[in-house]
Write a protein that binds this ligand. Structure first.
Ligand SMILES: CC(C)(COP(=O)(O)OP(=O)(O)OC[C@H]1O[C@@H](n2cnc3c(N)ncnc32)[C@H](O)[C@@H]1OP(=O)(O)O)[C@@H](O)C(=O)NCCC(=O)NCCS
Length: 163
């Protein structure tokens, strides 16, 4: 039966999704994780990496150009076909070229996700809104720092019917 995905799961990605854990000692992987965390302290980055290794429901994935990491997405699979984006970053020189969008599309397609959640600041919210996520403010978690919850749900179409 022909099946068409709508939304972020609908378009092909240009890069192959790879497991970044084997590449975790590459300085650019650590740099991307630091950018996603918004910190530069190596101990914090290491803790985040350790959590991906220790937690079976977590995956640290990304795109490589040869051996050079271009972007990273970290997921926590919270239910069947449902995940939360824990970390997301694209190398600075590749930003605004569609890589972030392709990372999200790739994981949605690869894992046949029906739901994907994320949280972040105003910039993250603008990014996820552009990808079709529903974005809602959860207020200021620190003075002057507004946070947003972002959620996307699949709307697969079969023979013209949504399900
Ligand atoms: C957020 C981030 C991952 C986006 O990746 P990216 O590859 O630059 O994003 P894309 O090129 O796929 O952008 C897709 C759309 O999202 C929106 N968008 C992306 N970055 C944006 C920004 N900084 N401000 C507002 N909207 C933005 C735009 O609508 C964009 O489409 P356009 O370029 O055609 O206008 C990247 O900026 C990044 O690594 N930031 C630092 C780490 C970070 O803040 N991580 C937390 C993200 S949850």
């Amino acid at each position: 039966m022909a099946e068409v995905d709508t939304g972020i799961a609908g378009a092909p990605a240009e890069h192959a999704l790879v497991d970044l854990i084997p590449h975790r000692y590459h300085p650019d992987v650590r740099g991307l994780l630091a950018a996603a965390l918004g910190v530069s302290a190596d101990t914090v980055v290491q803790q985040a990496l350790d959590a991906y290794i220790d937690a079976p429901a977590r995956r640290l994935l990304g795109f490589l150009d040869g051996r050079r990491p271009l972007g990273l997405i970290g997921l926590d699979f919270v239910a069947d076909e449902a995940a939360i984006v824990l970390h997301l970053a694209v190398t600075p020189e590749e930003r605004r070229t569609g890589l972030g969008r392709n990372l999200v599309r790739s994981v949605a397609r690869h894992y046949r996700l029906k739901q994907l959640g994320a949280a972040g600041d105003g910039t993250s919210a603008a990014f996820f809104r552009a990808l079709g996520f529903c974005v809602q403010s959860v207020g200021e978690t620190l003075p002057g720092l507004e946070r947003f919850e972002c959620i996307w749900r699949s709307c697969r179409v079969e023979h013209g019917r949504t399900r």
